[in-house]
Design a protein around this ligand. Structure first.
Ligand SMILES: Cc1cc2nc3c(=O)[nH]c(=O)nc-3n(C[C@H](O)[C@H](O)[C@H](O)COP(=O)(O)OP(=O)(O)OC[C@H]3O[C@@H](n4cnc5c(N)ncnc54)[C@H](O)[C@@H]3O)c2cc1C
Length: 272
């Protein structure tokens, strides 16, 4: 199948792109790396009249850092993160996640922002950003706003983006040198989307104890509280945690997720 005929233009500014997109009810769509949208076009799952290419927008490409955080432009590619061409505030988690996304050709073009806005439940950044406590920076017809990453993905392929809104960047807090993380996913073969995914972050500097369970039918499940990650070496504690999360998975996906959680517990080791 071939895509429907559509026009394509380069956005000159964030404001111009937002004006173009607003009120078109999807007839005008932004395109970032095109790695997901391209397939949607070819399958005619998306039939826009016009694409607005975000490639030339400086506001979406840069990376800013401070002592407490790194702000990634939405157009930052998976490959730039994988290669360490941009700083990694997560102590290696982001770089490791980027390395495991698809194949290098996809990572060269695919972007952090495109992946988050596409909101595939089995994708990596939709789980990683809530795990890191990231904040989404949005620009739309009503101005700019910020949203915690944990509330950005609403359900499968649906985000909290309002009409005409663009994801401009993602603010990721810096983790302390004492932070420990683990991220495990199961794919049938390398480069495929995950069938089960569990990540954990423990940072004693600010008391963060967070777990993300992804590759579900909708948005990832985030669990967070003091003591959450302790005692996970005990199978009974892991079973209780999965029961608490109430994932509604079938037996196979439930077993795969339980196994990812076991690996995560092994990686974290004794948290004292
Ligand atoms: C073979 C293959 C395997 C893959 N495997 C994985 C995997 O294992 N893990 C994984 O995480 N991903 C995987 N992906 C997806 C890949 O990571 C894509 O890069 C990503 O899903 C989309 O990023 P993109 O920049 O190409 O976005 P695009 O395809 O350009 O856009 C995706 C959607 O987001 C919207 N959009 C893009 N940017 C913005 C923005 N700034 N603001 C608002 N809306 C925006 C577009 O309108 C579109 O609806 C795979 C893709 C392929 C083709």
């Amino acid at each position: 199948m071939k895509a429907v005929a559509y026009a394509i233009e380069r956005a000159a500014s964030v404001e111009a792109a937002v004006l173009r997109l607003a009120g078109t009810d999807g007839a005008c769509k932004p395109v970032a790396g095109g790695q997901s949208l391209g397939a949607m076009l070819n399958l005619r799952l998306a039939q826009p009249e016009r694409l607005v290419d975000l490639d030339a927008l400086e506001a979406l490409t840069g990376v800013r850092e401070s002592a407490t955080e790194v702000v990634f432009g939405a157009m930052t590619t998976h490959a730039a993160i994988e290669d360490g061409r941009v700083p990694d505030p997560s102590g290696g988690l982001m770089r490791s996640v980027a390395r495991g996304i698809a194949y290098r050709a996809v990572r060269n073009r695919g972007t952090l922002g495109g992946s988050l806005c596409h909101a595939d439940p089995a994708a990596d950044w939709v789980s990683t950003m809530p795990l890191l406590g990231a904040v989404m920076l949005l620009a739309g017809p009503q101005g700019t706003r910020e949203l915690p990453a944990a509330g950005f993905m609403v359900s499968a392929f649906e985000t909290a983006l309002a009409d005409g809104e663009l994801l401009v960047g993602v603010r990721v807090p810096r983790r302390s040198a004492a932070a420990r993380w683990s991220y495990r996913k199961f794919c049938r073969k390398t480069g495929e989307f995950a069938q089960a995914l569990v990540g954990a972050l423990h940072d004693p500097a600010d008391g963060t104890e967070r777990l993300v369970i992804g590759a579900l039918d909708g948005a990832p499940r985030i669990l967070e509280r003091a003591g959450l990650l302790r005692g996970l070496a005990d199978p009974a504690n892991r079973a209780a945690l999965l029961a608490e999360a109430d994932l509604g998975l079938d037996a196979t996906r439930g077993a795969l997720t339980a196994e990812m959680l076991r690996l995560v517990a092994d990686d974290l080791g004794d948290l004292g």
